[in-house]
Design a protein around this ligand. Sequence first.
Ligand code: NAD
Length: 312
Amino acid sequence: MSLRVVITGGAGFIGSHVVDLFIKNGFEVLVIDDLSRGKVENLNEKANFVRADIRDIKTVRKTMEDFKPLVVCHLAAQVSVSSSLTNPVNDASINICGTITIAEEAYRAGAEKIIFASSAAVYGSPENLPVSEDDRLQPVSPYGVSKKAAEDYLRLISDKYGREFSILRLSNVYGPGQVFGNDSGVVPAFIESFTNNGRANLYGFGKMVRDFVYVKDVARAFFMAFSKEGGIFNISSGNGTEIREVFELIKRQFRGKDANLLPPRKGEIEKMILDSSKAFQKLRWRPRVSLEEGIKVTIDHYLGIKKGESDE
Ligand SMILES: NC(=O)c1ccc[n+]([C@@H]2O[C@H](COP(=O)([O-])OP(=O)(O)OC[C@H]3O[C@@H](n4cnc5c(N)ncnc54)[C@H](O)[C@@H]3O)[C@@H](O)[C@H]2O)c1
């Protein structure tokens, strides 16, 4: 019998890559997703699927009891920082209560481990760069607060059941499948502005620094965390890149228009770089795809060019 994994948010951007990688490695996968942002088209056809809200205790309990996963990768979340500012109750409800429900029901049904998608947002505005896992957690958005609270609940609940957990604090993830839209990352936003022949907005005059990590590298981190000892790990490139540089990389491939340089938006952190050396020491994980390579593949994907990508 193959090993069983539940992946919440498996119809979403990162979750669907995690699903594909586990299935490719012979696991039996069940996805829980309410399709509020995820898409059925993203779902691997070999995955079992339960359309449900992660806060629906009855359905989550039945699903966990019936499927009996060995491990749960928990990625379903309210993912937008700006929505968390306008509707913090909804953010807290999904990200905190949803995580409590998943953790309680997964461990109750016998799961050995939960691997949770947390975020660099738990650190807030860092004092030192790059930020390591032991640095101060002082989130500056409701989204960051809810991710931090979810981490704390996961620790408490795993302790109660005597089981394991891994927390992966992801930096800025980009790659094929990331949705265009108001809350999308800069990579799809820039690609869209070029394909529409428009002008992109560069907030903070393009000087803000982020740590971009390719989505298939992130999926591999979930997979590697499965078989290794639990813990808290930053998952990132470890390199800071000015948003302006990302814009230029994309512009080069489109020969598009210049951007509008605008002041920073309220509440945005100026620089964020995560130190992911612990993930290398403990999980033997390190990113493999450079920003140049990842952006090229992402653009090709968006332009519908079939590429012979490999997960390894
Ligand atoms: N994209 C990034 O750069 C990034 C960075 C740090 C952390 N993360 C975390 O990674 C995870 C995946 O993010 P993503 O970028 O793939 O976003 P996404 O929106 O593509 O995926 C989230 C998925 O969760 C589902 N979902 C949302 N609310 C739900 C609910 N109440 N019940 C069931 N399903 C629900 C959505 O339908 C979607 O498929 C999230 O936990 C996010 O906070 C993402």
